[in-house]
Design a protein around this ligand. Sequence first.
Ligand code: MRU
Length: 350
Amino acid sequence: MSAPPAAPANEVVPLRWRDDHLALLDQTLLPAEERWLEIRDPEPLAAAIRRLAVRGAPAIGVAAAYGVALALATGPDEESAARFAAAHDLLLATRPTAVNLRWALDRQRAVFARHAGAPRATLFARLVEEARAIEAEDRAACRAMGSHGAALFGTGERLLTHCNAGALATAGFGTAVGVIRAAWEAGKVERVWVDETRPLLQGARLTAWELGRLGIPHRLVTDSSVGALMARGLVTGVVVGADRIAANGDTANKIGTYTVAVLAARHGVPFYVAAPRSTFDLGLPTGAGIPIEERRGEEVTHLGGRPVAAPGTEGFNLAFDVTPAELIAAIVTETGVLRPPFGPALAAAV
Ligand code: MRU
């Protein structure tokens, strides 16, 4: 199942539409192996999202948009509505925190409604067209965030990032890593600190891999090193991505982000969030309403499939946390850099 996509040299992309199927780079195998999965049905896509073969809020949204189209790749016309609804509900239930998933599926539902009653083949074509648009818009949004975000920095920056908010987590280029990349291309970055990001090591496995391909100088650190690095004055700024941003600016992101934000406040280090508007959930007044995914305890008690705790030890595995808006210096989005108070700034941006 390996179909290397045609992509510009060195540009990482996590997925490619291939006429009749979705090619997905299996992120669980990185950096050891670059294996592409051929996804032809919503069910294997749902399984791939659940096991994080494709992950990162915007990338999940793009993948799901193709997933509902795949539900109508074959089948009798009269089953289209039922097949679409089943795929929609299946994909929506895969991961609760990243609101980009619901946002992309809402867009596809509107497309389906606009063409209700059309032959299956027409619906398939329209849904693929919309998924392509969502993918292209996300890539453009990331580039725009890069330009806006790079302007935040001076020279000789030593920026820290948590998890992977890079090209792999989006349609390409990345959010937080896109901002760091654009700043580095502008000659402003001396070094990137990469948190390993326990338990699933998205920082170690994915962000370090992306930065290495781009030739951006970086050092990998344990999550628990952040305070010590800041105390030594070795971090000049933090840039992270987001899975959902509430109306007041409270931001859900990978577990450990909140800890980094508290440490950044303690040490006077600016803490920035980069996210497209598809990550905003202005229907939620504060972060208290953001659903937080709880994953299997085995992801904590085991490392790379091997137990690291005594047999019988139970893990508790919150996959995300919420950083209160008051700890965030700015939110970089595709329309510009938003500053506190975030309530009016976020509302104006949409
Ligand atoms: O569990 P993951 O790997 O999907 O978590 C990803 C993150 O937390 C990212 O920081 C977030 O989705 C932003 S991606 C541009």
